[in-house]
Design a protein around this ligand. Structure first.
Ligand code: SAH
Ligand code: SF4
Ligand code: F3S
Length: 483
């Protein structure tokens, strides 16, 4: 548990300290003092609405933002209108950007009506200069804009905005080291995500992430292990290790270490029951990692292994650095050592130059590998990436036809896999009450599939044994059994 008394004890009468994280603690307390005065002035509590888009990296950053803003005194509400509205944005595909502009437009009138309202924008979209220009021009009522490399500075940026009453824009081109020991607020008490690295060096030709998240940086193993130990002491039994390409973990450390070595250290943490990780780039997945996964019951039988495309020709143009054959060979090696593995993947349909033959190669891999889950995306042109200027962009109607055909195949394979599991017994971690039926709870299998079963809310956070009674395509109905 983060010890907030460290912040409360800070003397805010003098200058801000220069070293981190003390500097941020100082500004958190300064903002809290401002909040006390504001609450007295307006005669009510101030509310917070956080909108998090994109991947688990953003979700993890948002846990930090929420902790900082909650410490300051904002109360989170389940609504898009609040006194502090924070958009943590994603820019991996264009429709994500369009959604953000739409919402920003809607906030204009709310802001006119509420003089206490502040609008903050952060996340990957803000790392694109054209986006920041557009916000400055078309949405000048935004109060705070910051990027992905200075997320830890939220309190300092907010305090600067409070004092100056101007729009504060603070975007860095690259990260300047990793700031540890910030508070964070988790959604679940029993499971948590832990960053093991930031950024990406792979430059897949369609992808904007390396430009908006910067170069690959690994956290030190001692910091990661210490964070997980303290989470476990706090009641966490499942952790998700996060990185854009966890398989290249450790290369940039002073004392290089492989992901498999890190994973082994994590399995040795007493009290930790389940370990997941994502994402694995197929080009870097080692036999050593497969061995470690096979050697520990704590490592979940789940592996997300993005394929992107089945055609070797397209993979080359994507700069994925593996071929159809080497990918299939890797899957064979994984399945032979880990027979219960649940594989999932990402596919892009309509990469520039994708022909019907290329697309059939993707369908062929889907049929051969039989993924439990496929996240499929229509190719989206991202300005600044090499693919955006490639010839032969595929027409929309062609992409749509391929996409629909692929969805049908994915659905039929996933449901065949699910049906074949009915009758099996497995362990699930109960995560939440069931949304629709108060006599039921919802949990996840080691392979990550969702199971609903009759059970009391007291079971939340516990691992129970269930028998799978029925498959519903994307989830199962199970029955808790006492063994
Ligand atoms: N680091 C992860 C993926 C991060 S982005 C990996 O390498 O697997 C998540 C997914 O978004 C990618 O796997 C890809 O399938 C998809 N994606 C990225 N850029 C895209 C684009 N320009 N158009 C469509 N989908 C894209
Ligand atoms: Fe993007 Fe490729 Fe990096 Fe994944 S590995 S984040 S797809 S550049
Ligand atoms: Fe989106 Fe940024 Fe993640 S672009 S997918 S939120 S790293």
């Amino acid at each position: 548990m983060f010890d907030y008394s460290v912040i409360d004890r800070i003397d805010t009468s003098g200058e801000a300290p220069l070293e981190e994280p003390m500097r941020q603690y100082y500004f958190m307390k300064k903002c809290k003092e401002w909040m006390e005065e504001t609450k007295d002035r307006v005669g009510r509590e101030l509310t917070l609405s956080m909108q998090t888009m994109g991947c688990q990296m953003n979700a993890r950053d948002s846990e930090k933002f929420e902790a900082i803003l909650t410490y300051i005194g904002y109360k989170t509400v389940d609504s898009t209108s609040a006194d502090f509205v924070l958009y943590n944005t994603c820019t991996v595909r264009e429709n994500a950007n369009l959604k953000v502009y739409g919402r920003l437009g809607q906030l204009k009138n709310q802001k006119k009506r509420n003089p206490e309202m502040k609008i903050a924008m952060c996340g990957c979209m803000m790392q694109e200069p054209t986006v920041v220009e557009k916000i400055k021009k078309s949405y000048p009522y935004v109060d705070i804009i910051f990027g992905t490399h200075n997320v830890y500075k939220l309190a300092e940026i907010l305090y600067t905005q409070i004092i100056s009453e101007r729009t504060i824009i603070d975007i860095w081109d690259e990260a300047k080291g990793i700031v540890e020991d910030l508070p964070s607020l988790r959604k679940h008490s029993f499971k948590a995500a832990v960053n093991i690295m930031y950024g990406c060096n792979n430059y897949c030709t369609y992808c904007i992430v390396p430009y908006v998240r910067g170069r690959e940086r690994s956290r030190k193993p001692e910091e990661i292990i210490a964070e997980i130990k303290s989470l476990v002491a706090d009641g966490v039994i499942e952790i998700m290790l996060l990185g854009q390409n966890v398989n290249s973990y450790g290369k940039t450390l002073d004392n290089p270490m492989s992901f498999a070595e890190l994973l082994k250290l994590v399995t040795e943490i007493e009290g930790l029951k389940r370990i997941r990780f994502m994402t694995s780039h197929p080009k870097d997945l080692s036999d050593e990692l497969i061995e470690v996964m096979a050697s520990s019951d704590k490592i979940c039988t789940q592996l997300h292994l993005p394929l992107q495309a089945g055609s070797t020709r397209i993979l080359k143009k994507m700069n994925r650095v593996y071929t159809k054959e080497s990918y299939l060979d890797l899957v064979d090696r994984i399945k032979s050592k880990l027979p219960n593995i649940s594989l999932s993947t990402d596919i892009i349909v309509g990469f520039p130059g994708e022909t019907d033959e290329d697309f059939e190669e993707t369908m062929d891999v889907l049929r051969r590998v039989r993924y439990e889950n496929v996240y499929s995306f229509i190719y989206s042109k991202r300005t600044g990436t090499p693919a955006a200027t490639m010839d032969n962009q595929v027409p929309e109607d062609v992409i749509k036809e391929r996409f629909d055909r692929m969805l049908e195949l994915i659905r039929s394979i996933s449901s065949e896999i699910a049906d074949s599991r009915v009758g099996m017994e497995c362990d699930i971690l109960i995560e939440e009450p069931n949304d629709h039926d108060s006599t039921m709870v919802t949990g996840r299998m080691s392979g990550n599939a969702v199971v609903h079963c009759v059970g009391s809310k007291d079971l939340i956070g516990k691992i129970v044994r269930v028998k799978l009674l029925e498959s519903k395509g994307f989830y199962y109905i199970g029955e808790i059994i006492n063994d």
